[in-house]
Design a protein around this ligand. Structure first.
Ligand code: GDP
Length: 477
């Protein structure tokens, strides 16, 4: 999402770092570049002006205290980072749980913002943490909103309270009220209420949302907003803040080509924290919003913390320990290990998204023909490996022509695809062996690659020669 902003920040800092000593003029140029970049990313004008005057003043002050250009550019980078974290809301904020359950969360926002989808994501997220959420279908306006919530609830494995069919029929205020009563009676500890939006802000919408708020007395009102609507996101959030009020913001569709303006403007203009982000249509495309991680991504430093969490979740301890053990034992990395790793990687989610979390990844993304990361490659590789017998996966050398044709047929691909995979795998396996033996993979030696510290291989038992003279020689040392 922040690709263009990130590359502009990177260019500005590359230029600052190249200075032997930074002048006031350099800071002014950098600030003007950052200003243009923020405005082009749809950040609200007053947020941009505040941000720029803040970083300009602080940066100019550092010139007097620091002498070398490197120290100065480092300090300016820290100032920009801290200011970005601040406009993104400072600290991550979690949902406040009520002392008297159920905790009631009301979702508000325009039609199509992603409320119903988010209701399912929130419910799954909290259910996975041991809570018992109940979804309440109080959007009786949008066609099929009730059915959609029922489907979302079923997918998330949570209960849905939906006494009315919706599509314009039924009283949403009554549904909201009886939803909470039902949750109390059945001891759900959390209620998530989906409400109706409109295509634009209007009095009807605000009145209905306010009436629902009054009967619910919610612990949290979350304002859900589509990040792709740019400057409109700011106007809409202001209207909801005045008309209904809210405690936190959820930004949706961050997987799209939004330029990031909403994320950077809303928290500071409404003084309400962004609490969650939604970045896809699947139930798991959902994250807690961390201002510091987002600032880090905007500045091109990636988001290693989120990546590490995703990896920890996907690679269970057993798989990693098994592989490390094999490696230390001097055993070969096989196609079975490869398959285990592929399964773990696909559990981590969308590959382009993961790559976006690597520092400087924008420039390094391996792109397919259409300019996107080729996720199909993983699917094809899996299909091929899964069409092999366990023996073939352990030792691809047995793969003769007829076995390769059988695998191609089984995976629905061509023999050349199978050959291609086997060749690439053999090269990877060779590289693993070289690394394990303490060497550098060929082609990398002397190119400044650091040596990779590895557990010492456990020596295999030495074979003893059957020839008595040779064996005597071996045994003598
Ligand atoms: P509501 O009217 O506010 O309840 O909006 P919906 O939950 O029905 O969402 C509107 C559309 O946006 C649906 O097609 C959703 O699948 C889609 N959607 C919701 N959240 C996201 C998201 O984070 N990313 C993408 N790409 N689509 C989303």
């Amino acid at each position: 999402m922040f690709d263009s902003l990130t590359s502009r920040f990177s260019a500005t800092f590359t230029s600052l770092r190249s200075r032997g000593k930074i002048s006031r003029n350099d800071i002014e140029t950098a600030c003007s570049e950052i200003r243009t970049a923020l405005l082009e990313s749809d950040v609200a004008l007053e947020v941009v002006e505040d941000f720029i005057s803040h970083i300009a003043e602080k940066s100019i002050n550092t010139l007097a205290t620091l002498q070398s250009g490197a120290n100065q550019s480092g300090a300016i980078f820290d100032i920009v980072n801290a200011s970005l974290i601040e406009i993104l809301g400072g600290q991550a904020r979690r949902v406040r749980f009520s002392k008297n359950p159920p905790t009631v969360i009301m979702l508000a926002g325009l039609q199509g913002a992603g409320k119903t989808t988010l209701a399912g994501k929130l419910a799954k997220y909290y259910a996975d943490q041991g809570n018992t959420p109940l979804l309440v279908a109080a959007d009786l306006q949008r066609p099929n909103a009730v059915t959609q919530l029922q489907v979302v609830g079923e997918n998330a494995g949570v209960a849905v309270f939906s006494p009315e069919a919706g599509n314009g029929v039924g009283d949403p205020v009554k549904v909201a009220k009886s939803g909470v009563e039902f949750a109390k009676a059945k001891q759900f500890n959390m209620v998530i209420v989906d409400t109706a939006g409109r295509l634009g802000v209007d009095a009807d919408l605000m009145n209905q949302a306010s009436d629902i708020r009054d009967v619910l007395n919610p612990d949290e009102i979350l304002f859900v907003v589509d990040a792709m609507i740019g400057q409109d996101a700011v106007r809409t959030s202001q209207a909801f803040l005045d008309g209904v009020g809210f405690d936190g913001v959820v930004l949706t569709k961050l997987d799209g080509d939004a330029r990031g303006g909403a994320a950077l403007s809303i928290a500071s203009l409404t003084q309400r924290p962004i609490m969650f982000i939604s970045n896809g249509e699947k139930l798991t495309d959902f994250d807690i919003f961390y201002p510091d991680r987002m600032a880090s991504r905007i500045l091109g430093m990636g988001d290693i913390a989120t990546l590490a969490e995703a990896a920890k979740k996907a690679f269970d301890g057993d798989t990693s320990a098994k592989l490390e053990d094999k490696f230390a034992r001097g055993e070969d990395f096989t196609l079975e290990d490869f398959l285990d790793q592929l399964s773990a990687i696909s559990k981590m989610g969308n590959m382009s998204k993961l790559l976006g979390m690597l520092p400087g990844a924008g420039a390094m993304k391996p792109l397919g023909k259409n300019g996107n990361f080729d996720e199909g490659e993983i699917v094809r590789t899996r299909a091929i490996v899964e069409s092999m017998t366990p023996a073939e996966r352990r030792d691809p050398k047995v793969l003769n022509g007829s076995r390769r044709s059988r695998i191609a047929l089984g995976s629905g691909l061509k023999t050349s695809d199978v050959n291609n995979l086997v060749n690439r795998f053999s090269a990877a396996q060779k590289m693993m062996r070289q690394v394990r033996n303490g060497g550098m993979p060929s082609g990398m030696a002397g190119k400044g690659m650091p040596a990779i510290p590895m557990k010492k291989p456990i020596p295999k038992k030495k074979s003893k020669s059957g020839n008595p003279a040779k064996r005597a020689l071996e045994e003598s040392g």
